[in-house]
Design a protein around this ligand. Sequence first.
Ligand code: CS2
Length: 493
Amino acid sequence: MVMTILNTASLPHLPPAIVVPAYDRGRVTPGIAHISVGNFHRAHQAVYMDRVLARPGQSGWGILGIGLMENPHEAAKAQDMAAQDCLYSLTECAPDAPNVVRVIGSITQYMYAPADRAATIARLADPAIRIVSMTVTEGGYYVDENGVFPIDHPVIAEDLKRDVPHTVFGLLTEALRQRRESGAGPFTILSCDNLPQNGHVARTAFLGWARAKDAGLAQWIEANVTFPCTMVDRITPAVHAEDVRRLDAESGLDDRIPVFCEDFIQWVVEDRFCAGRPELEAVGVQFTDNVQPYEEVKLHMLNASHSLLGLSGVLSGYRVVSEIMADLNEVTLVEQYLGYDAEPLLSAPPGMALSEYGRRLLHRFRNRAISDQLLRIASDSTSKLPMFIRSTAMGVIAHHRPVARIAFVVACYAEYLRGHDDRGETYVIVEPHLTEEDRILAASSRLEDALGMSALAGWGLAEHPAFVQAYVALRQSIRAHGTRATLATVISA
Ligand code: CS2
């Protein structure tokens, strides 16, 4: 089969089934800069912006993508983006309908920051950029369990010394310094990561950085820059080399950077944009004064269920979400966790019934067309558990309710870090925020030592004898009888 190369020149000649941008990309100029253009950004915010750009008078809201991390993968991505004029295909997979392939055109420029950080800062200082959004992962904000931005953290302390900084905090702060001096004014900083109160966390982090650098500038940022909170949702699997081959074979495109995702999409945003915003309300984005109830439901139901399935599933030998959904015990675990642990602590946003939301989640997890990876979900649990599980765990303990499921997920996290499943098969652990001390605690033969790991800091677990006893027994059982047999005891407890 002859594959069509994906770029501006080929765009008018793509196979007719492929949906292409309904606007003239040549007229689009960036008004948003997005830091860390991962698969999720390309399947979510870039899709909403693609819809916005098809509306009249919105051509100033294209996206300038910025790659921040210095590594060969990111450098290659920049080359692929350049080769394809920043175009890529997105395959949306519904559980019970044919896949839809769209070419997304909203990212019109791309910069790899490590190639020229000063030029990237200057570009962010351009008054045309009015929003800087970011997906820098849950752990990428560094704010600790006490809500403090740790300026003595080695990564932060080292970067604070640099004239031309490397971190997102440094880059944006220096751009804001130039904008203040030139009179270009502020931009909105829009976190699109999965963390409670992501806008407030971003504000803490950026102000923490700025104060350490320049108190006057920090005051100006505090008074002028806004940090709306957002709730983002769309399940977007990792794309491995075999997925690229499969997606290209299905679309007929020669696309080096395709993405795939579920058909569901949701974005809830606080309307606090200090330098204007696109007409997002016209393309399905929900605006609200208070994102908190939406994000709590999403994080503590969807993402928490994911963590339960990811950690216990990988240990049990599963690798794909839709596969694990055929295991009734795993489904029961999620149902019990949602119904008994998470939901009683949540207040539903207006118009939402939590039990219905939970049912819908299970339906989304059953979507075989997206074959989402459990290892993707389990990765970086060190940063995710505090965001997804901690408040439910603390609530369950505070209300003296049964701790079995919380103890199980914590036990699975510690066992998962050993790097092999119940069959003895090894897997790659991606835990960028696991410290050396964490590794020692996780490996200790006194199993309760692992409760001192940084992911569990501030949960107060070690002070609850009933929790400690349940957790230790579960880890011993996983080792002696396997995760599946252990899970059977958890759901019947
Ligand atoms: C997942 C999320 O990474 C994870 O642990 O739970 O990536 C999840 O798929 C998205 O938040 C869905 O919106």
